[in-house]
Design a protein around this ligand. Structure first.
Ligand code: ATP
Ligand code: MG
Ligand code: FE
Length: 349
């Protein structure tokens, strides 16, 4: 069947259409600009923006695919994690559409969506693979078997800030616009990545190998910016941005490659908004090539939030024979990532 995927966990309203692992069409609308003057996502504004954007985004995705609502065979929706009010808008719409069309509904974990995004570009994931999710709210190193059927094993997570959060917060003290990740990426162009020796947290011999920490790096970058402002060395902002990006990319890729080696896994899947970062992508490419590891990274638009990745999980769940969610399924704003389906995926027999 054609699966309609709906995403509304944060500030992107996304709709995507997937059948048998293939993307048929998708559309995204972002309320990013409305949050810019507050320096971060305002939940109430995000929820209201989803109300306005949802129907147009679904219509646009259908039009691009040359389909109508009558062609939809299932609806998949992000039920968590994310902002409660934002999630509720997408889930309410998905329930209404599934009920009206008489098709099954699937509740999807947003982060499993980030992982599944890559299948739309590069085909089915090998079993096993190591996945590194680096996004605005999460940084997790995972051992993934069959994404639709098997439990997801966390090798390590961030102990404090997410990598994307570090970029977003440092961008703010650098005086760069929101969202900070893309702004740091742009500001780093032409900068010297070795200009500032920022720390590489949790990479020492006694440190827990797969966990991450970015709050110390964030503080170090903020202190550096403050020193430049108050008449320090007066290094260009580009040097600070490039050095910060280098530190984040170094830690992420070093740990991800080491995790592949330690678990004898030959494929690394790098996903989430920070996987759109140019230096993270390049360094991951270099280090995986050197280690004989196959690197899979989706194109940038599939790294950030979208509906296609949610449809991709729905499609995988259906093909794995997972049971649909009941129409009274609720949102789970802090859902831990233990499986792709947000309800225990019972296998239909
Ligand atoms: P989560 O997926 O954890 O719930 P989210 O959905 O808000 O959080 P994503 O949409 O996956 O996060 O990614 C957004 C994050 O990615 C933001 O922190 C943003 O700054 C970062 N980001 C996007 N593009 C880039 C880039 N080119 N370089 C660095 N960071 C980037
Ligand atoms: Mg976003
Ligand atoms: Fe996300």
């Amino acid at each position: 069947p054609v699966v309609l995927g709906i995403e509304s966990s944060c500030d992107e309203t996304g709709a995507g259409l997937v059948r048998d692992g293939r993307l048929l069409g998708h559309a995204v609308s972002s309320s990013m600009d409305e949050h810019a003057r507050y320096g971060g996502v305002v939940p109430e504004i995000a929820a209201r923006a989803h109300v306005h954007a949802l129907a147009p985004v679904v219509r646009e995705a259908l039009a691009l695919a040359g389909l109508t609502m009558r062609d939809i065979g299932a609806v998949a929706v992000t039920t968590g994690p994310g902002l409660s009010g934002a999630l509720q808008v997408g889930v309410a719409a998905a329930k209404a559409l599934a009920y009206a069309r008489g098709v099954p509904l699937y509740g999807v974990h947003h982060l499993a969506g980030h992982v599944a995004a890559d299948t739309l570009e590069h085909g089915p994931l090998p079993d096993p693979c190591v996945a590194l999710i680096v996004s605005g709210g999460h940084t997790s190193l995972l051992l993934v078997r069959d994404l639709a059927r098997d439990p997801i094993v966390h090798l390590g997570d961030t102990l404090d800030d997410a990598a994307g959060e570090c970029f977003d917060k440092v961008a703010r003290v650098f005086g760069l616009p929101y969202p900070g990740g893309p702004a740091i990426d742009r500001a780093a162009r032409g900068g010297d990545p070795r200009a500032v020796a920022f720390p590489r947290p949790l990479t020492g011999p006694g440190d827990t190998p797969w966990a991450f920490s970015f709050s110390g790096l964030k503080t170090a970058a903020a202190r550096w910016a403050e020193r430049q402002r108050t008449g320090g060395a007066g290094l260009p902002l580009a040097d600070g941005a490039a050095s910060l990006q280098e530190a984040v990319a170094d830690v992420l890729t070093r740990k991800a490659v080491a995790a592949c080696r330690a678990h004898a896994v030959d494929t690394l899947v790098l996903v989430g908004g920070v996987a759109a970062n140019s230096r993270v992508r390049n360094l991951a490419g270099e280090r995986c090539a050197a280690a004989g590891i196959t690197l899979r990274v989706p194109p940038p638009w599939l790294c950030t939030d979208n509906g296609a990745m949610i449809a991709a999980v729905g499609d995988l769940l259906i093909r794995a024979g997972a049971a649909p969610a009941p129409l009274d399924v609720s949102v789970d704003p802090s859902a831990p990532l233990t499986s792709a389906a947000l309800r225990p995926a019972q296998r239909a027999t």
